[in-house]
Design a protein around this ligand. Structure first.
Ligand code: LLP
Length: 452
């Protein structure tokens, strides 16, 4: 939380807000591309070290638009989509359908039919109902569809409850113990080509033991699955979920992607040898770890107010660092452009982006303009105490799950997304206008009157 004029990719933050407005999502294209290559090569190098290969899918739910899909495909990543809409964007970007994996716990039949017709590389079966539905779509299209089966390894990833996805009591995937029975179902359909298991244990994970344990349990099932299939199981998809640092404290704990890759490769090699199956080809699906740090949101301060902590209900929180007062700083966006603090208690850090300041630090809480007290952008940080209306604030690490989770709550238009690269900036996602939001309201629609 230092001060000084902030530059993003060589461009002053205030030049960006002057040109494109505030609030503004900014994504550093060069950083996103570089990180995509770093993550891909780390995972592929370790897979090759143990004698196999790895496909790295970009999990588009983190942030997707046509431009971003192109960057990822350009940098050699495959593309993970989780809805018909995400599929449409990936296809519009010109992504090779064979490089697309299609997820979702409740894909509609039309979505499945579109995916099959488009020639999507892999469909991840999340339920036994989908086995029939995908087989029917593949039969109608006259093709053989590659499928994975999503299972729960039973591993409890240490993350927020809403982000953990591989314990039994949640909606995704089938119990690992059911895999043999479900595989027999899949094998009854000639137009399904079973390529392996998939497991995603959760998101924003720092500790590698969950990934290792999950990989070990999944591979442990491969001998039995191979016996049922009458051939080795060729692939294993270990999902995404690699964490990023949202705050400087987290930066110290964050494992390097190369270390995670090495540990995962080691456990895969070790387990495959132990259970005596050929090494499967690996696949991963990181989203946040690729795009998260490339994004910054710029806001403009509208009002501030100081609240005395001593004697108030907040007095005793050690996280308040002994400050006697909290400065509430209201900005021109909020939970509509970043609902993560409200949804997950997510932490961010903030800095003044438009000027130098030598003022003593204040304990600040950056809040939005929405009609909820939970409309918090940054729960707690220290920035120069002379922060005032008109200042530009920058919140880092907003590249993942901010635009993609954005809403128009209170009819606040979503900000545009600007990409910066090589010293220039351009819009890659248009913002909403108030007129567009207003145009959703209809007073003259034809009436539907059921006759029976
Ligand atoms: N693969 C599957 C099957 C997933 O469900 C997810 C995320 C990913 C890959 C990518 O996970 P990542 O590498 O980005 O952690 N809205 C939440 C995150 C939800 C993640 C859902 N699934 C957030 O803002 O933290």
């Amino acid at each position: 939380s230092s001060c000084g004029e902030l530059k993003l990719g060589g461009i002053r933050a205030t030049a960006l807000t002057a040109e494109f407005g505030s609030p503004l999502y900014v994504v550093d294209e060069d950083a996103a591309r570089a990180r995509a290559v770093e993550v891909r090569t780390a995972l592929q190098a370790e897979a090759e070290r143990i004698g196999t290969t790895a496909t790295v899918y970009y999990a588009t739910k983190a942030f997707l638009c046509v431009e971003v899909a192109r960057w990822m495909a350009d940098e050699g990543l495959a593309i993970d989509v989780a809805s018909g809409g995400e599929l449409a964007v990936a296809l519009a970007a010109g992504v090779d359908p064979a490089l697309i994996g299609f997820h979702g716990n409740n894909k509609s039949v039309p979505e499945i039919e579109r995916a099959v017709a488009a020639g999507v590389g892999t469909i991840i079966l999340d339920s036994e109902f989908e086995t029939e539905r995908v087989a029917a779509a593949a039969a109608a299209a006259g093709i053989r569809q590659r499928v994975r089966l999503r299972v729960n390894s039973g591993v409890h990833a240490s993350t927020h409850d809403f982000l953990a996805t591989s314990h039994e009591d949640q909606k995704f995937g089938q119990p690992l113990a059911e895999a043999p029975r479900l595989l027999r179902e899949i094998l009854r359909h000639d137009n399904l080509d079973f390529v392996g298991l998939h497991c995603h244990i959760g998101s924003q994970i720092f500790a590698t033991d969950g990934f290792r344990e999950s990989a070990r349990r999944l591979l442990g099932a491969y001998p039995e699955l191979a016996r049922i299939a009458g051939r080795p199981i060729p692939e294993l998809n270990l999902g995404g979920g690699f964490g990023i640092a949202y705050t400087s404290a987290e930066a110290d704990e964050l494992p390097a992607i190369a270390d995670i890759a090495r540990e995962l490769a080691d456990i895969v090699a070790e387990t495959a040898a132990e259970v005596n199956v050929p090494l499967p080809k690996l696949a991963f699906e990181p989203g946040r770890a690729i795009i998260g740090q490339a994004g910054v949101t710029l806001y403009t301060v509208g009002t501030t107010k100081s609240v005395q902590l001593a004697g108030s209900d907040a007095a005793a929180d050690p996280a308040d660092l002994g400050y006697a007062e909290r400065l509430y700083v209201s900005v021109d966006g909020g939970m509509s452009d970043n609902p993560r603090p409200a949804l997950y208690g997510a932490d961010y850090q903030v800095r003044i982006a438009n000027r130098e300041s030598a003022a003593a630090p204040a304990l600040v809480r950056v809040v939005g303009k929405h009609c909820e007290s939970g409309d918090i952008v940054v729960q707690r940080d220290e920035i120069p105490g002379d922060v005032r209306p008109g200042d530009t604030l920058a919140v880092a690490a907003t590249g993942a799950y901010c635009w993609s989770l954005a809403s128009t709550y209170n009819y606040v238009p979503r900000p545009p997304v600007v990409a910066i690269s090589g010293g220039s900036a351009r819009i890659i996602v248009r913002g909403d206008t108030e007129e567009e939001l207003l145009a959703k309201s209809v007073s003259d629609a034809p009436r539907f009157t059921p006759t029976t």
